[in-house]
Each structure stands twice: as structure tokens, then as C-alpha cells.
Design a protein around this ligand. Structure first.
Ligand code: AQP
Length: 333
């Protein structure tokens, strides 16, 4: 059965990048024919230091963000990773399948570790193998992700193929990354060559889902651009990462395409485009952030929904883990 899995790390507040690159597309997929599982991946968040109280709050914020954006916890299975212990159990087995050489090629690790590779946690290095377990535990066939995660989904396929080959089984599927739409890579507002991240240094470089209307307007106003305005056609955005980013964000929010946005604003200066973008962003995000705040006022209710989601996730995960243990030769009591 085709099945969708995806997750977000509670390593900070949700950003517009998470919304356009992930959650908004998850909502669309939920209404299709495939079964959908969406997850807050707290075990990935702790690969770098997290303040414990902030982590709990962040996990609930992600759940609230998904619910407020339209993830229906009856249609989709919405849960938090550490509440389904099978993720770590399968993760260990896959650690023993994945090769050091494969992990060494992960560009996200290189970016995050930088010159400090000796000082980062072992978990940060192994994280793509736990991500493979997240996906394969549900035999997920499709993983909607942003461009930045493509390499990790490819690694998941390599791990699945090696497992199947080593044990002579046809057990784990070859998962497809699903990367589509105009905003699969939302960039940093101050530097269009870097992606917009939850944990980036300055708050001015990202739009947070909980930002108010004035903050959103201020951040777009101060966003870096170049002296040229909106070109006559999308070709005119080449080599202009900041300009392309703002056009892509507009297209993502408007359910439109960069071509259509450029056609509408051809020749306009940033003084026209940026306020229009801010207005569109507020129109789309304010209802979501209002609903998020309302949901976060009742953490016990979020926890109940997550507990129910974990229970449903385990119904799928338990038999897959049992079978994996059996294939590997691990005794079960
Ligand atoms: N800037 C982005 N543009 C498009 N998609 C994005 N995603 C994240 N940032 C962008 C997508 O959101 C999903 C969840 O990502 P994540 O939070 O689990 O991990 P991340 O990509 O490492 O996110 P951050 O915001 O950069 O977190 P930090 O700063 O803590 O490392 C994924 O599908 C991702 O593609």
C-alpha cells in the first residue's frame, strides 16, 4: 500500500520554510489516496543541545502547527517520534546496515558540523540512519520533503536495498522523495544562498509561523534584495537568489507559479512588491497562527492527540519491527 511519511524537528519555532516546504504540501497529500503519517521528530532535535522545557514546548508547537494548518488527526496519523519506541529499535539495526562511507558523504552533516566535526554528537552523525528507520518502519513509499532532504531519502533507499540484499529478502520498499512546488527551498531573507532555518542566528532572516503582522511586514521590508525590481520574465531572476526567493515565496503562498507572479508584477520595484508580499503572507498565516495559539493554550489536549497518534502509529510499526528482528535473527520473547 502506498504510504506517506514525513516529519519536522522541534528544534525551534516553525518557519515559513517548514510551512511551504513541508506542512502545506502534507495537507494536500492527506486528501489523496495514500495513507499519511506526520511526525514531530524530537529524537532528531536532540542531536544538538535542546533546553528540556523548550523542547517539550517545541514539540507541542509543531503538533499545533500541523493541526492549525489543516492536518486532520483522524485522517492522518499525527504523532511524536519518541513516543513510538520502535523508531530507535529499528534505528539501531539500520546503524548496523549503513556504512561509514555513506554517512561521510552527507552534505547536511558537513554543513552543520563545519570545522567542528570532532565536537558534535555521535547522534548528529548517525541521524540520517534514524531518519531511514522513521520511514522504513512504516514501509513508507513516498516522503514529501524540501530539496535539502533529498540526499537523506536517497540514503534511505541505499540502506533498504542493502538490508534486502544482505538478508536475501524483499522487505523494505524503495522510498521516493516527493519534491515539488515553487517553494521546496525557501531561502534566508538576509542571504539568498542559505536556506531559511529555525535555528539560524538572526530572527530577521526567517518568518516564524507565530510572527505577528507587523513583524512579518518589517522582515520582508528589510529583506535583502538587489537594485533591479521584478523582471519581465523568470529568466530575469537567474543569478539573483534574493529576488528569486521572494518571488517563490509569493508563488508558494498564492498557490501560483513564479511565472505567473512575475507576469503580474513585471517592472514593479521592491517598494511595491514587498508590501504586497507581506500582505499576502499575513492573509495566509494569521488564521494559522491564531489557531496555533488557541491550541497551545491547552497543552493537555495536544498531548492527548499525540498519545492517540502514537498508539495508531504503533499498530503499523510493531509488526514491521517484529518481522525485522526475525529476519536479522534476534530472538523475541
Ligand atoms: N527553508 C526551507 N525550505 C523548504 N523546506 C524546508 N524545510 C525546512 N526548511 C526548509 C522542510 O521542512 C521539513 C522539516 O525540516 P526539519 O525541521 O526536520 O529539518 P531542517 O530541514 O533541518 O529544518 P531547519 O529549519 O533548518 O532546522 P534546524 O535549523 O534546527 O536545522 C523537511 O521536509 C524540510 O525539507
Amino acid at each position: 500500500t502506498p504510504r506517506v511519511f514525513s516529519g519536522i524537528k522541534p528544534s525551534g519555532g516553525l518557519t515559513l520554510g517548514n510551512y511551504l516546504g513541508a506542512i502545506k504540501r502534507w495537507v494536500d497529500m492527506q486528501d489523496g489516496a495514500m495513507e499519511t503519517l506526520y511526525c514531530s521528530v524530537d529524537l532528531h532535535a536532540i542531536t544538538v543541545w535542546q533546553d528540556p522545557a523548550t523542547l517539550k514546548k517545541g514539540t507541542r508547537e509543531i503538533a499545533a502547527g500541523m493541526l492549525a494548518s489543516g492536518i486532520d488527526p483522524e485522517t492522518s496519523i499525527l504523532f511524536n517520534q519518541s513516543q513510538v519506541p520502535e523508531h530507535t529499535q529499528l534505528g539501531w539495526i539500520l546503524n548496523c546496515v549503513a556504512r561509514m562511507g555513506w554517512m561521510n558523504r552527507m552534505t547536511q552533516f558537513k554543513d552543520k558540523a563545519g570545522k567542528n566535526a570532532e565536537k558534535v554528537s555521535l547522534g548528529l552523525y548517525a541521524y540520517p540512519s534514524l531518519m531511514a528507520a522513521d520511514i522504513l518502519l512504516y514501509h513508507a513509499t513516498h516522503v514529501p520533503v524540501g530539496e535539502d532532504q533529498k540526499q537523506h531519502v536517497e540514503l534511505t533507499r541505499d540502506i533498504a536495498a542493502k538490508f534486502n540484499n544482505d538478508f536475501g529478502v524483499d522487505f523494505f520498499p524503495m522510498t521516493e522523495p516527493v519534491i515539488e512546488g515553487p517553494a521546496t527551498r525557501v531561502m534566508n531573507l538576509r542571504d539568498g544562498t542559505k536556506k531559511m532555518s529555525k535555528s539560524g542566528e538572526s530572527d530577521m532572516e526567517r518568518i516564524n509561523m507565530l510572527d505577528d503582522a507587523d513583524t512579518i511586514a518589517k522582515k520582508f521590508k528589510k529583506a535583502r534584495t538587489d537594485p533591479e525590481g521584478i523582471p519581465e520574465s523568470v529568466e530575469g531572476l537567474e543569478g539573483r537568489p534574493e529576488a528569486a526567493n521572494l518571488v517563490n515565496i509569493y508563488a508558494g503562498l498564492a498557490n501560483s507559479s513564479p511565472q505567473a507572479v512575475v507576469a503580474e508584477y513585471a517592472g514593479a520595484g521592491w517598494g511595491t512588491f514587498k508590501p504586497a508580499l507581506a500582505e499576502l503572507a499575513v492573509e495566509k498565516l494569521a488564521p494559522i497562527s491564531d489557531e496555533m495559539k488557541r491550541l497551545m493554550d491547552d497543552p493537555a489536549e495536544i498531548d492527548r492527540k499525540l498519545a492517540r497518534g502514537a498508539q495508531r502509529a504503533r499498530e503499523i510499526a510493531t509488526p514491521v519491527l517484529e518481522r525485522t528482528y526475525d529476519i536479522v535473527g534476534l530472538l523475541r520473547s
